[in-house]
Design a protein around this ligand. Structure first.
Ligand code: GLP
Length: 260
């Protein structure tokens, strides 16, 4: 695992955006995996700025999102379709035909999940998957005790996750109970996993994922088994790590050819 600790979320988001932009430039057909939540917003803002100011070109990319709520009407402000349109897709030149987000309104959810897995496979697999982390250590919507080998499927949210995501629903009671999410096995198949975490409220989950035991109780700990997992953190999110000084030294002393 590579642990990058930056002074604040703005610097961390800039590093993350650079990692994504480097890939898009090196591999114009790259398949990009996107995440939602508050955490990646600044990184998306920087990518949009790079598109406008530097001509960062997304015209040949394919996108897959991690997850979506079940049953929300189109255009609901809490849906991840709305989020992605609002914060990224309408500002860049990725073709709508190559944007994939699980269909939370599908009549046949198991068939829709199977089809999502097949679409990822047909696209050649995901080159980089952006990830946040839940306060309980979840990835996507893979709540604690999710199978570490799970594939895209329906999941039931915990009370804590529904509370954490209540802001766009006008209260916790309105947050759906069910979601479709890529599984942990699906995420592990991505070539690079780029996890962002900011703020004190993520510190415990980050420390458990990076330095704790591999366990389905902390789904993000599965990334310990991933050959290219990069965590980009601010000081607060890194504050429970016991080896923070070591991670900082490693990052600051990377050989030039390894730098982002
Ligand atoms: C939700 C999303 C996750 C996200 C998490 C954290 O559960 N499904 O993908 O990582 O929220 O969100 P935030 O970044 O707002 O803390």
């Amino acid at each position: 695992m590579e642990i990058i600790i930056q002074p604040d979320s703005r610097h961390a988001s800039a590093v993350a955006a650079k990692i994504v932009a480097n890939l898009v430039r090196e591999k114009p057909h790259a398949v990009l995996g996107f995440a939602t939540g508050q955490t990646p917003l600044e990184m998306y803002r920087v990518l949009v700025e790079m598109h406008h100011k530097e001509g960062l070109d997304f015209s040949q990319n394919t996108a897959f999102n991690l997850d979506e709520y079940v049953g929300l009407p189109p255009g609901h402000p809490g849906s991840y379709h709305s989020y992605m349109r609002e914060h990224l897709f309408r500002h860049i030149n990725i073709p709508a035909s190559r944007v994939n987000i699980p269909d939370g309104r599908a009549a046949d959810i198991p068939a829709c999940c199977l089809d999502y897995e097949e679409r990822i496979h047909t696209a050649g697999g995901i080159d980089i998957q952006i990830l946040g982390i839940g306060t309980d250590g979840h990835l996507g919507f893979n709540e604690p005790t999710s199978s570490l080998a799970s594939r895209t499927r329906i999941k039931t949210l915990t009370a804590g996750t529904r509370r954490d995501n209540a802001a766009l629903f006008g209260g916790e009671d309105n947050v759906p109970h069910h979601v479709i999410t890529m599984g942990l096995g699906t995420i592990m198949d991505c070539r690079v996993c780029l996890l962002l975490a900011f703020g004190k409220k993520k510190a415990q989950a980050v420390a458990a994922a990076v330095e704790g035991p591999l366990t389905a109780m902390i789904p993000a700990s599965v990334l310990q088994m991933h050959p290219r997992a990069i965590f980009v953190l601010d000081e607060d999110a890194a504050s429970h790590l016991t080896r923070a000084d070591y991670y900082k030294w490693v990052y600051e002393n990377k050989p030039d050819w390894q730098k982002y």
